[in-house]
Design a protein around this ligand. Structure first.
Ligand code: SF4
Ligand code: MSK
Length: 625
């Protein structure tokens, strides 16, 4: 019998798991258990269902078939499967970016009531990067021109994606030499799918190089566009206090939760929740107000820009509903478990899907578009308020924890006095040994939040600065790492630097697409030191990843020169050639590799050793780890 403590390290998670069990609510952990044992062939990447001569499997013990019906061997099958994960991840982020380009275009045409250009300076700066002269142009026509030009990044009229120019020159030259400079966002994903069709690219090395190019089209393309337009439309994040965990729900208020990734919907919901008319209606219905909170990355988008509280990360999404305190959950897309409608049906919670491309069982579909979003948001918030009277018993198990979010590159550099120089000096002096981006999801294969929190703790206590995004950032906020007082958990050097700047030792950089903020930050560091990204004492990690998007993020980190340590093993162990290329061979190609280490204590040692090796190579003081 598994205990709640074995499933999650979080107090709210443990208590709500008990509540869910009492309420006979099935959770992701129950279904994970019911799936055991999971398919060994799939786990190793050795099964293929790309065509209907199959499905095929290659026997890992050498006794059964060693080739699929078409003749594909283990290397080809494993590489193709991984490549398709990268393509799916890249297309998810990049399609999210495309939606924002369309909203920007609609704003420019005056077809998006409620939306506006909140950061005109950033609009002008990005326009210049796209080769547009903003001189003498008003914001709206300029936004239209930028949206139109960005659309070309999605197609095939360019030799390289525009924002690739943000990468250090040495890195761009390397990409050219290796032949992985991304040309068009959709083009690379489309080519990846083409190459993995039966009978196209059957060289596992060539396939994996295209996967790197495809991932770069996301990191320096679709995701970067998503982040930049979000900043233009909704403002560049700046540090703001907030609260986290299931305790952010309020017993005496109307609770509305937003879930997914795209801020286009959630920004409008926030506006509606803050309207005096809605607040008055809530009071009329007996509530003390309207409490908007987030889960996953739509939550991160609102937290970063407005300090909206965060109820939980990926594995908490079902449990948040089991509080019985949620009047309405609105979802857009990605990481939304199709089980949520069934969980909500056990309570009074209304579930609303909002995107034409993401529908779910047990949810009412109310489609948001730029032209109707403001009106739709008002109607839905009203419905949520009216649902307050339908509440049954409510169980909010913990008090919330304070945190600070909103560290964009602009605010980090601003806090440093307008230049990355003080950070570089602190790294050179050894007060900060290096920096690590911890990113990604939760996965029921790993004790919830244990990987994130343990790794972060070990790194900061050894003077490694941590920046995080996505579901990690929620785990780390819940663990108390994101308040200035958390410097007490840091090593002496990191404590001194963060203490003098008044910042926590763990900086929240945003949502999944905001991993590109990490790329921009490390590019600035590399440029300031006149080295390549792969020379820096930095690393990436995804201790509890589950999604295809996380594979793509890992791939663009590595292709950009950041060695990245994964917790769960990707499905590649069926081919030692693929394993060796990804964990060793890539060092000779892009100067960085993947590593896999599910134990966060060991992962911390691995990362610290890597950082010290980079310090040594740069001629900086180093220690043996
Ligand atoms: Fe089998 Fe080849 Fe078809 Fe895959 S592509 S299912 S290995 S025949
Ligand atoms: S939401 S991709 S579970 S981080 Fe971005 Fe969290 Fe991973 Fe989804």
């Amino acid at each position: 019998m598994t205990t709640y403590e074995e499933l999650t390290i979080t107090e709210d998670g443990q208590k709500l798991l008990k509540k869910a069990e009492e309420d006979q609510v099935e959770t992701v952990w129950d279904r994970h258990q019911a799936q055991q044992p999971q398919c060994g062939y799939c786990d190793m990447g050795l099964s293929c269902r790309i065509c209907v001569m199959g499905p095929c499997r290659v026997d890992p013990f050498g006794e059964g078939p060693q080739k699929g019906v078409c003749g594909a061997d283990a290397d080809i099958i494993v590489a193709r499967n991984l490549c398709r994960m990268v393509a799916a991840g890249a297309s998810s982020h990049s399609d999210h970016g495309r939606d924002l380009v369309e909203v920007l275009a609609a704003v420019a045409k005056g077809n998006a009531p409620g939306y506006s250009i909140r950061d005109e300076e950033k609009l002008r700066q990005v326009a210049v990067e796209y080769g547009i002269d903003p001189e003498g142009k008003d914001a709206l026509p300029l936004a239209g021109e930028l949206a139109w030009t960005m659309m070309e990044d999605y197609g095939m009229r360019q030799e390289e994606i525009t924002l690739v120019k943000r990468a250090p020159e040495k890195r761009r030259e390397l990409w050219k030499k290796v032949g992985i400079t991304p040309r068009g966002i959709d083009r690379e994903t489309s080519e990846m799918m083409h190459r993995t069709h039966m009978g196209v690219d059957n060289d596992w090395v060539s396939l994996l190089l295209q996967a790197l190019r495809n991932s770069l089209s996301d990191g320096w393309g679709g995701s970067m566009i998503a982040t930049e337009i979000s900043d233009i439309l909704f403002g560049i994040p700046s540090p703001k206090p907030t609260m986290v965990n299931a305790g952010v729900l309020k017993e005496d208020q109307v609770n509305i939760i937003v879930h997914g990734h795209n801020p286009v919907v959630s920004e409008m919901i926030l506006e509606a929740c803050e309207s005096p008319e809605m607040i008055a209606l809530a009071e009329e219905k007996g509530a003390k107000g309207i409490n908007l909170a987030g889960v996953c990355c739509t939550g991160n988008e609102l937290l970063m820009r407005h300090g909206v509280p965060m109820a939980g990360n990926h594995l908490m999404t079902e449990l948040i509903l089991s509080t019985g305190a949620v009047e309405m959950m609105l979802v857009d897309y990605q990481c939304i478990m199709p089980s949520l409608g069934t969980v909500a049906a056990c309570y009074h919670t209304k579930m609303i899907s909002t995107s034409d491309k993401a529908r779910f069982p047990g949810m009412e579909h109310r489609e948001f578009h730029a032209d109707n979003a403001q009106k739709m948001a008002g109607e839905l918030v009203k419905e949520a308020i009216e649902n307050f009277s339908q509440r049954g018993n409510v169980y909010i198990p913990v008090e919330p924890v304070p945190a600070i979010g909103g560290f964009s590159v602009e605010t980090i550099v601003g806090a440093l006095g307008g230049t990355p120089e003080p950070l570089i000096e602190a790294i050179k002096a050894g007060k900060i040994r290096g920096a690590v981006g911890i990113v990604g999801c939760n996965n029921p294969k790993i004790k919830h939040d244990h990987g994130h929190v343990t790794l972060t703790k070990r790194l900061i206590e050894n003077d490694v600065l941590v920046v995080d995004t996505g579901c990690v950032s929620v785990a780390n906020a819940k663990a108390g790492f994101k308040v200035p007082a958390a410097i007490e958990m840091a090593g002496p050097g990191l404590k001194e630097v963060c203490g003098s700047l008044g910042i926590p030792p763990v900086l929240h950089l945003g949502s999944c697409v905001d991993n590109v903020r990490i790329l921009v930050l490390i590019s600035a560091l590399a440029d300031a030191l006149n080295v390549d990204i792969s020379d820096l004492p930095v690393a990436g990690s995804a201790p509890e990843w589950y999604s295809e998007k996380a594979v793509t993020i890992g791939a663009y980190f590595v292709a950009s020169g950041v060695t990245t340590v994964l917790g769960p093993m990707p499905p590649i162990t069926g081919s030692m050639n693929v394993v060796n290329l990804l964990t060793e061979g890539l060092n000779d190609v892009v100067g960085a590799t993947f590593a896999v280490e599910p134990d966060p204590e060991k992962a911390a040692l691995l990362i610290r050793r890597h950082i010290e090796e980079k310090r040594k190579a740069l001629g900086l003081a180093y220690v043996e780890v």
